[in-house]
Ligand binder design. Structure first.
Ligand code: NAD
Length: 485
């Protein structure tokens, strides 16, 4: 157990200050006394503090991960799978605590947090328990035996919008592949990551296999990305930071895996079930207050249905009640921080200045007085080249754009520097599939098909490099060796 600390009272729960890092299988004191205050974005009060790490703390964690690597890489797959199974059980026992902590440090409505912020990472971890059990695939190509080996020490740097999922999507496949890990979670939501390490301790994973250092991006994040002892930097977050990390890793030709931003298009063809497509599309755009990299933030509607779609979207938006995470009527929480709220507000103001038509929400709509809230907003008549249609806003802001035919829909959808996700709705599955094939994105959902945690997840273009989840996610953490015989 991490040494006990005082708790600070909040409106809804007590969260302890965290004072240690998890390194080499133990809670260790940081090398500096600096701390980071974690804010509750609903009350704007400090929820708890965590240590602000230094490059020296990173050195210690990387040394532990390096020392643990040969032993973990040589551990039989069945034993690694058993260890991940124990981690899954320990984390499953904390699911309610995870949902509560995400509700407090991010503001996600508790019910949604339970399903998405706790449920999804548990499903992903479970999938890697199964994948870890199978020995790495080997191929014979002519007289060559092609084998897969763990890539080494992984530096994992994660954002705040899905504080456990994005960590698990890196840690689980890395451990399954036989890699060891140093994690730096977002400084906005580090408390959820601490719960994972409580579970790591309870599961009795071997010392050094997975290590935690909290801190800021420019200090701890850069120290990880530039560290000569880190073989792969696996990052999720903004495209700007991804670019910086790729530069740092390039100096020593370290591998990088980047999951970055998106501006995904939801194409609603004339023969679609319009009401369902619009309702599902609005829900997708607003999931987690729009702070989702795959959010379908551009709704493309065939012109005959356009006016009706705008009305339906405005109606749907009005149903997203803003509020505190533990109130049962809340469907939409605040944004993660004051900075994020200001960014989103600036995008809304610019959208109006650029001539888009406000169909719902906006900056004058009523929102709770305290907390970083933005009203669910819908813009119609959005120019596909404007900032509203091109920039990742990361807030509850939907842009609706008309099109005339499939050709034009595909052209508008692909007119983006991003290429993460997308959707197509049509009564004709073949037509929908033909459009889906033409989208330059890493994923497309047809007619609201559900998320598949075993399917590869990642982006084309500036949405990233590499894939997470399932066998493709596992492959990110493996090197390939050809042995000629
Ligand atoms: P960010 O990219 O700044 O932060 C993500 C992680 O990177 C955090 O752990 C952060 O501490 C770390 N980091 C920051 N600067 C770093 C550096 N120089 N070197 C190494 N690590 C560094 O993202 P953010 O500030 O949390 O959010 C900003 C924007 O990023 C959002 O508005 C949104 O557009 C986008 N975003 C995208 C995703 C996604 O899933 N694609 C997630 C979060 C944020």
């Amino acid at each position: 157990m991490e040494p006990a600390t005082a708790t600070r009272s909040t409106t809804s729960d007590d969260i302890p200050d965290r004072t240690h890092f998890y390194v080499d299988g133990a809670w260790v004191a940081p090398l500096s006394t600096e701390t980071i205050a974690v804010e509750n974005p609903v009350t704007e009060e400090v929820l708890a503090t965590v240590p602000a790490g230094t490059p020296a703390d990173v050195d210690r964690a990387v040394a532990a991960a390096r020392a643990a690597f040969p032993g973990w890489a040589a551990t039989p797959p069945a034993d690694r799978a058993a260890a991940l199974g124990r981690l899954h059980a320990a984390l499953a026992g904390r699911a309610d605590e995870v949902a509560r902590t995400v509700a407090l440090e991010l503001g996600t409505p508790y019910k949604i947090a339970m399903r998405v912020q706790a449920g999804l990472p548990l499903a992903v971890l479970e999938s890697f328990v199964a994948l870890a059990a199978a020995p790495p695939a080997e191929e014979v190509i002519g007289h060559s035996l092609v084998v897969r080996e763990p890539v080494g020490v992984v530096g994992a740097i994660t954002p705040w919008n899905y504080p456990l999922h994005q960590v698990v999507a890196k840690v689980a496949p890395a451990l399954a592949a036989g890699c060891t890990v140093v994690l730096k979670p977002s400084e906005l939501t580090p408390l959820t990551a601490y719960l994972l390490f409580d579970a790591v301790e309870a599961a009795g994973l071997p010392p050094g296999v997975v290590n935690l250092v909290t801190g800021t991006g420019p200090v701890v994040g850069e120290a990880i990305a530039a560290h000569p002892g880190v073989d792969l930097v696996s990052f999720t977050g903004s495209t700007a930071t991804g670019r910086r990390i790729a530069h740092l890793a390039a100096d020593r030709i370290a591998r990088v895996a980047l999951e970055l931003g998106g501006k995904s298009a939801n194409i609603i063809l004339r023969d679609a079930d319009l009401a369902k497509a619009v309702r599902t599309g609005v829900g997708n755009a607003y999931l987690n207050s729009g702070q989702t990299c795959t959010a379908w933030t551009r709704m493309l509607v065939q012109r005959d249905n356009y006016a009706e779609a705008v009305e339906l979207a405005a109606e749907a938006a009005a149903g997203f009640r803003l509020g505190a995470p533990f109130e049962s009527t809340t469907r939409l929480g605040p944004l993660a921080s004051a900075t994020q709220r200001e960014r989103v507000a600036a995008h809304i103001a610019r959208g109006l200045a650029d001539g888009a038509r406000l169909a719902a929400g906006g900056l004058d709509a009523a929102v709770p007085q305290t907390g970083h809230f933005v009203a669910p907003t819908v813009f119609a008549d959005v120019d596909p080249g404007s900032a509203l249609a091109q920039e990742e806003i990361f807030g509850p802001v939907l842009a609706i754009i008309p099109f005339d035919d499939d050709e034009e829909a595909v052209a508008i959808a692909n007119n983006s520097r991003y290429g993460l996700a997308g959707a197509v709705w049509s009564g004709d599955p073949e037509r929908a599939l033909a459009v889906a094939r033409r989208l330059r994105t890493g994923a497309v959902d047809i007619n609201g098909a559900p998320f598949n945690p075993l399917a590869p997840f990642g982006g084309y273009k500036q949405s990233g490099i590499g894939r997470e989840l399932g066998v493709h996610g596992l492959a990110e953490f493996q090197e390939i060796k050809a042995i000629q015989r």
